[in-house]
Unconditional design. Structure first.
Length: 459
């Protein structure tokens, strides 16, 4: 009951969420984003001079996008309108734009803040465009999504994009310490909270100030009263923290960023990084079959004949993921990710296809040479379909010197082995085939050492 009386003694305004009560009012109170609002930085200068352009603030949740807009509202000599893409539509946009245009005619500026601007469709975003162009409004849009994909190009070209980063651990600890001393936070309470506890909250928050302050608020509400002080214990904190929520959107940019990180880590033969990015995806709720499919692709795109077993193992892991699901298949995905990371690398398969595809797209569609056409009818035979074809199995060498490419592409080479791992063997075999076919040797390729046949002893 004593603890409840402490909470109940707070002013009504203090019953608002801690993050709202502590929202910075000036740039000096703003935490993080030093690359934008540090001393001498461009955005800080624009705000201090009250010369802000239309802008898009892009960054993950809880890094200060809305807070920065509120700082602008406090410092700018303009009418500030807060607008939500979640609750507003075309009608509301037109009403605000009409007021802003009327204000412009008498010399008044309007700063329009649009939270979650990516939620607006194309028509809604287009409604802003003429008013931004003629200076009726200064638009500040906030988004967690990549504006290249979510904001109309015309609107984007008329706005400056500022990228906000996830807050660092030190930034969050500084913010939490201020919450403990600021009267808008818990400055009126006698609280015992260790630096280690603040660090744990900061790590759990994953760069999100709102998350950090929310966790602290829940922990303080459940703190133990010892004498005349409230003590925040590890046990209480553990209950408030629960399972860490990872920043991962299966359908957004972070999805593509992390699968790219996994792919590039395997390509660079870094199993530790690969397993970390794998865990980030799985713990974030990614479909294991999606990862397995990417590994199957990787096995041919980046390993290929350097280790043909990679494709077999990748397919086996795909089957295991399909049959088992998570969490059982996590270990199978770890196995294939580590295997692919340590396998010898060759991109010869992809390079071969891309070169052939380029020729197929950019050159004339060459007819199939007559000698390798089927001739199932008399007419086709009369037109020389199949004439000159040599059945390789009928030859002693089990290979013919005829060309199978169109005449215009004679001599083109698409598959160029890299020569690592088992592909060294394929590279030697291909060289033997090409040397024999092009007349540089009379030794049949399948009788050469490249195919595991000992060279004939000289007499």
């Amino acid at each position: 009951m004593k603890q409840m009386s402490l909470v109940e003694s707070l002013n009504p305004v203090e019953t608002q969420p801690l993050a709202s009560r502590l929202r910075p009012r000036t740039l000096e109170e703003f935490v993080g984003q030093e690359h934008l609002v540090g001393e001498g930085r461009i955005l800080r200068q624009m705000i201090e001079r009250d010369q802000i352009p239309s802008m898009i603030l892009w960054g993950p949740p809880g890094v200060g996008k809305t807070t920065l807009a509120n700082v602008v509202a406090n410092l700018t000599k303009a009418e500030f309108v807060n607008f939500s893409a979640v609750t507003s539509g075309i009608k509301e946009i037109k009403e605000i734009m009409a007021r802003a245009e009327a204000g412009r005619r008498v010399g008044l500026r309007t700063v329009l803040f649009v939270d979650e601007i990516h939620r607006f469709n194309k028509a809604q975003q287009d409604a802003f465009l003429p008013y931004v162009e003629q200076g009726s409004i200064i638009l500040i849009g906030a988004t967690t999504e990549n504006p290249s994909f979510e904001v109309n190009s015309a609107l984007l070209s008329r706005s400056k994009v500022f990228v906000l980063k996830a807050l660092g651990e030190d930034d969050l600890v500084r913010l939490l310490r201020r919450a403990l001393t600021d009267e808008r936070g818990f400055g009126k309470l006698a609280l015992d909270v260790s630096d280690e506890t603040l660090r744990k909250i900061a790590v759990h928050a994953n760069g999100d100030a709102r998350n950090a302050l929310g966790t602290l608020e829940a922990a303080v509400a459940n703190a133990e009263l010892k004498g005349d002080r409230l003590v925040l214990s590890d046990d209480v904190l553990a209950q408030c923290i629960g399972r860490k929520a990872l920043l991962y959107d299966k359908h957004g940019e972070e999805h593509y960023n992390i699968i790219s990180a996994l792919h590039k880590s395997m390509r660079n033969s870094d199993p530790d990084a690969a397993v970390y990015w794998l865990a980030r995806m799985l713990e974030g709720g990614e479909d294991p079959l999606y990862i397995a499919r990417r590994c199957v692709r990787f096995a041919s795109e980046d390993v290929g004949l350097a280790d043909p077993n990679a494709l077999l193992l990748a397919n086996a892991v795909w089957d295991a993921c399909h049959n088992l699901g998570v969490p059982e298949c996590n270990v199978h995905l770890t196995q294939i990710v580590v295997y692919l990371a340590l396998a010898p690398k060759s991109n010869a398969m992809e390079a071969a296809y891309l070169k052939a595809a380029k020729d197929a797209q950019e050159r004339m569609a060459e007819p199939v040479p007559l000698n390798i056409r089927n001739a199932p009818t008399r007419l086709m035979k009369a037109l020389d379909y199949g004439k000159g074809y040599t059945y390789a199995h009928d030859t002693d060498e089990k290979i013919a010197r005829m060309s199978c490419l169109p005449e215009a592409l004679a001599g083109r080479r698409y598959y160029e082995p890299c020569g690592l791992g088992l592909e060294a063997r394929f590279k030697a075999r291909l060289a033997a085939v090409r040397d024999w076919r092009e007349g540089r040797t009379d030794v049949p390729p399948f009788s050469s050492p490249a195919y595991g046949v000992p060279a004939a002893k000289k007499s």
